[in-house]
Design a protein around this ligand. Structure first.
Ligand SMILES: NC(=O)c1ccc[n+]([C@@H]2O[C@H](COP(=O)([O-])OP(=O)(O)OC[C@H]3O[C@@H](n4cnc5c(N)ncnc54)[C@H](OP(=O)(O)O)[C@@H]3O)[C@@H](O)[C@H]2O)c1
Length: 345
């Protein structure tokens, strides 16, 4: 396991983060503990949870495990924003909800500080100034080490940075977007913005909820039971199965399987390795339901796809380019500008 800086901070995180969204749901506490033990033995120090995952059980299970370990060895990220209780104000990024939610997260996590507190998504109701001032207060009082965001559009993230700069408030140091071989629109604005601002990129759903593992195929009428997609499908919820059961998905998965066969790795290992090699990516957040998944996914580390293997995957997963991204690529803009400069000189 290698370590990378959490954006422009002095804190290191492991190159893979362990997501705990299924802990207390599809993954039982004993299995989750074994998974966390193994991840830690392999050098993993970075864990992601949220106040709302499995109704708080995810934080509780992580907290139980942490209390049996040296808290300071780990970097713990959690979130706030979605409905966390029954009252009208148990939602959003207002001062009242943030402070209540953080209090509850600390109790469940059995710790007196959170390393990275992330806003789970945008709150159109609360002024950014109120949210950022509240988060800054938490950092100043030592309850939170850093603040980050998830699921923001690039303009929203930049606006927040602008408010922080203007008012001398804490700045977001990380952004957690969905990013994988089947979700590359993140590359349009979010990645260039984060690279430019030296913000850590922590991609969620790196396997598109398991679709990229290769266990689903185009000839299936529905996803098999005992999988996340299968369980959601059975319960009638709209799932990534409906959203992804299309020609584009199956052609990306076919190319992924071909590359995997060639390099003698599994689909999941290649999909994660592709992501780890992408510009700006700091630490993908892996979701594992079982120990087998963890062991498989750890096999994405310690080797690198070649340029031509990356290009093959890039080509298969390339999105139709829309305006203004069809005008000039960043490289074209840069080289055009350099030519302008040469002519002036
Ligand atoms: N900020 C956000 O809004 C947001 C949203 C979603 C997730 N997250 C974070 O990101 C983490 C990861 O997200 P995710 O769980 O969606 O990630 P993912 O890697 O795309 O999907 C994980 C799921 O794929 C299957 N899987 C994983 N490894 C596999 C393997 N090697 N072979 C076969 N199947 C495999 C498992 O599901 P089954 O076996 O059940 O099919 C597993 O639960 C979460 O735990 C959470 O911390 C954040």
């Amino acid at each position: 396991m290698e370590y990378r800086k959490l954006g422009n901070t002095g804190t290191l995180i492991s190159e893979l983060c362990l997501g705990t969204m299924t802990f207390g749901g599809q993954t039982s506490e004993p299995e989750a503990k074994k998974i966390m033990d193994r991840f830690s033995e392999e050098g993993g120090i970075f864990f992601d949870t949220a106040n709302v995952y499995t109704g708080g059980k995810s934080e509780e299970i992580l907290g139980n495990w942490l209390s049996e370990h040296d808290r300071d060895d780990y970097v713990i990220a959690t979130k706030v924003r979605f409905q966390s209780g029954k009252s009208k104000n148990s939602i959003g990024l207002g001062r009242k909800h943030i402070l209540k939610s953080v209090d509850e997260s600390l109790k469940r996590l059995k710790t007196d500080y959170i390393d990275l507190l992330q806003v789970h998504t945008w709150d159109p109701v609360t002024p950014l100034e109120e949210t950022l001032a509240t988060l800054t207060g938490l950092v100043d009082s030592g309850i939170v080490r850093y603040i980050g965001a998830s699921n923001l559009r690039a303009w929203q993230f930049e606006k927040a940075l602008g408010v922080s700069r203007e008012r001398g408030l804490e700045k977001f140091v990380s952004l957690q977007p969905q990013y994988n071989l089947l979700s590359r629109s993140t590359e349009n604005e979010i990645i260039p913005m984060a690279v430019n601002e030296d913000v850590a990129i922590l991609p969620w759903s790196p396997l598109k909820s398991g679709v990229l593992s290769g266990k689903y195929t185009s000839d299936m009428q529905s996803p098999p039971e005992g999988t996340r997609l299968g369980d959601a499908y059975k319960s009638g919820r709209k799932t990534p199965w409906e959203l992804n059961n299309n020609q584009f998905t199956w052609s990306v998965v076919t190319t992924l399987s071909n590359v995997a066969r060639k390099v003698e790795k599994t689909n999941s290992q290649v999909a994660l390795n592709w992501l780890l090699s992408k510009k700006g990516v700091t630490s993908p957040i892996i979701g594992v339901r079982t120990m087998d998944h963890l062991m498989d996914n750890l096999g994405s580390l310690g080797w690198k796809l070649t340029k031509s293997e990356m290009a093959e995957l890039d080509e298969a997963s390339r999105l139709y380019v829309t305006y203004p991204y069809d005008l000039w690529s960043e490289n074209q803009q840069r080289s055009g500008r350099m030519k302008d400069l040469e002519e002036i000189e």
